[in-house]
Design a protein around this ligand. Structure first.
Ligand code: GLN
Length: 553
């Protein structure tokens, strides 16, 4: 496992752990560190090590775990991958996200194949070696790899990961590895002061696992005085300038700037013995300025199943904010339960909304409510953006209301519909895997999803072509059902134009209505490719259309 002496791969590794409690923003902290290192001209990548036993996060309930983030290579990953890609140029893939389940699965598979020659298979060294091998895959790919350990120090499940990174410190050496621990310094109202005890305990726990943190990043509501930093430094055995305040901020894109002001990037580079020029943080400053000083405001309705939990729509939420940045507009999001729309009056519920977005989803719940929102957007010429299921339902709505095919439906939602305008496509050419795919209703659920990046050819002089300013694009997919070409002629003649398809013209990827200010549905998930510095063209143009609509009213 040791990196051999003649090894020319020399990536430096930063390990980020979290203490006290979860939800401290480890993912954002890691992403922000990556952004600062990039701003100094270094190349970075990330890896998230998740302690849970599920083999991949794709099948996990978004209620419990937030959204499933899809990468170009078709991996269904943790939503932190989204933060990493939004904040940096790093491209995430399957190798960047491991769960305990995946690690154990691989060790158990090897054991079944007899690779351990009948030896006793144990957490140490077999599981820890597997973890170390997963981490070291990144060696040589970039200057600095940021490895985030999910969960909280002290959790039983996380222990093999903690042990593996402890060993890696020995293998890699000091200037090639760094431990950053994120903790909480709570403000106790009754006492009128902040308390350092939880941080002390958390660091003690980490030390009991054999890890002395090099840098502490302290989440806090109030600025920490230098006396307090000195106290934390003394009790936790770190230099005072390695105690970094992570104060609550107005927007998540301010975090890199705050870390820089606290000297975090300089400290990291000093400890890793890396020399770079001054960072160029101007683009981040400009971004935060624009976010805080919008010229306009626009309200977007999002009708979905998981309206109670915005984490389930993390990338979507961010992409809409980015669309706002591209138009100097503050985007107010109004999450509407599709079930509420099913029973209520759409005009009343959608009153004051400048744009309506129906996001991706699975299952029948709330489908009719979403269809009512689409009818409202289409008839009242309110900008509409349908993503994946949202696009599929727009096709259903158009077939029913405009073409008069009353029984039109998606066969996912009504398997017996006589008019499956959205259906399970039995045979199609898979550009990403370069092979013909064949499937039917009995195919394995997991294996039948179209996942990852696929090429899409755009039709000139359409909303899509105007937004992308390109003939061919690549976007990420995660769905099982497709637009049914049996209805294509009828739908196109009836006014629902196809503006994007797979290069062989077989799979319909984008539809739009010509006689409408902005009505577009796409089969892919553009939200996964939007960045604050590079707002996604479809989100930018959707927000622009919503702004135009809003000023007209
Ligand atoms: N449920 C639909 C399908 O499987 C849409 C999926 C989605 O919106 N991501 O095709």
């Amino acid at each position: 496992m040791q990196r051999s002496a003649n090894n020319t791969k020399r990536t430096k590794f930063i390990f980020v752990t979290g203490g006290v409690l979860s939800s401290l923003g480890k993912g954002l902290a890691s992403a922000s560190i990556g952004a600062l290192l990039e701003s100094r001209g270094l190349t970075v990548t990330f890896q998230k090590l998740d302690p849970y036993i599920n083999v991949d996060p794709g099948t996990m309930n978004p209620f419990q775990h937030g959204e499933v983030y899809v990468t170009d290579d078709g991996a269904e990953t943790d939503l932190d991958m989204g933060h990493y890609e939004r904040y940096t140029d790093a491209v995430m893939a399957q190798v960047n996200n491991y769960t305990s389940g995946r690690i154990y699965y691989s060790v158990i598979t090897k054991e079944r194949r007899g690779e351990y020659l009948g030896g006793t298979v144990q957490v140490i060294p077999h599981i820890t070696d597997e973890i170390k091998a997963a981490v070291l895959q990144l060696d040589g790919s970039v200057d600095i790899a940021i490895i985030e350990i999910g969960g909280t120090i002290g959790d039983i499940e996380g222990l093999p990961f903690v042990e593996a990174i402890r060993q890696l410190r020995g293998d890699l050496g000091k200037e090639y590895s760094l431990f950053i621990h994120l903790t909480l310094v709570p403000y106790i109202k009754a006492a009128g002061e902040v308390k350092t005890k939880p941080t002390q305990h958390s660091v003690r726990e980490l030390r009991a696992d054999g890890i002395q943190p090099d840098i502490l990043v302290c989440r806090t509501e109030v600025p920490l005085s230098s006396d307090l930093k000195a106290k934390i430094a003394l009790f936790c055995n770190v230099p005072q300038d390695a105690v970094i305040t992570a104060i609550d901020v107005d927007t998540i894109y301010e975090v890199p700037l705050h870390f820089h002001e606290e000297g975090l990037d300089a400290k990291i580079l000093e400890l890793l013995n890396v020399w770079t020029g001054q960072p160029n943080i101007e683009p981040w400053k400009k971004l935060v300025y624009n976010l805080k000083n919008p010229k306009h405001t626009v309200t977007i309705a999002i009708t979905g199943k998981y309206v109670d939990l915005t984490e389930s729509y993390k990338s979507l939420h961010e992409a809409l904010i980015h669309g706002g940045i591209g138009n100097q507009a503050k985007v107010q999001l109004r999450y509407l339960s599709a079930e509420e729309l099913e029973n209520g009056d759409p005009a009343e519920l959608l009153e004051g909304c400048d744009g309506i977005l129906v996001p991706g989803g699975f299952g029948i719940r709330g489908a009719e409510g979403k269809i009512r929102a689409i009818t409202h957007a289409r008839e009242n010429k309110i900008p509409f953006f349908g993503i994946c299921l949202g696009m599929q339902l727009a096709v259903v709505e158009y077939s029913r209301s405009v073409l008069g095919i009353e029984t039109a439906h998606s066969s996912e939602l009504d398997p017996l519909t006589p008019d499956p305008v959205i259906y399970l496509c039995k045979e199609w050419f898979d550009y990403r895997n370069n092979q013909v795919q064949v499937r039917d209703e009995n195919s394995d659920m997991g294996g039948t999803l179209r996942l990852g990046a696929y090429p899409c050819t755009l039709k000139p002089d359409t909303l899509a072509a105007a937004a992308y300013r390109a003939d061919e694009i690549s976007e990420r997919h995660r769905h099982r059902y497709e637009y049914n070409n049996d209805y294509r002629q009828q739908l196109e003649d009836g006014g629902l134009m196809v503006s994007g398809t797979s290069p062989d013209n077989n799979l319909v990827e984008i539809v739009e209505i010509e006689d409408h200010p902005w009505f577009l549905g796409c089969q892919f998930h553009p939200e996964f490719k939007s960045k604050p510095m590079k707002p996604h063209p479809l989100f930018r143009d959707f927000i622009k259309a919503a702004l135009t609509h809003s000023t007209k009213n």
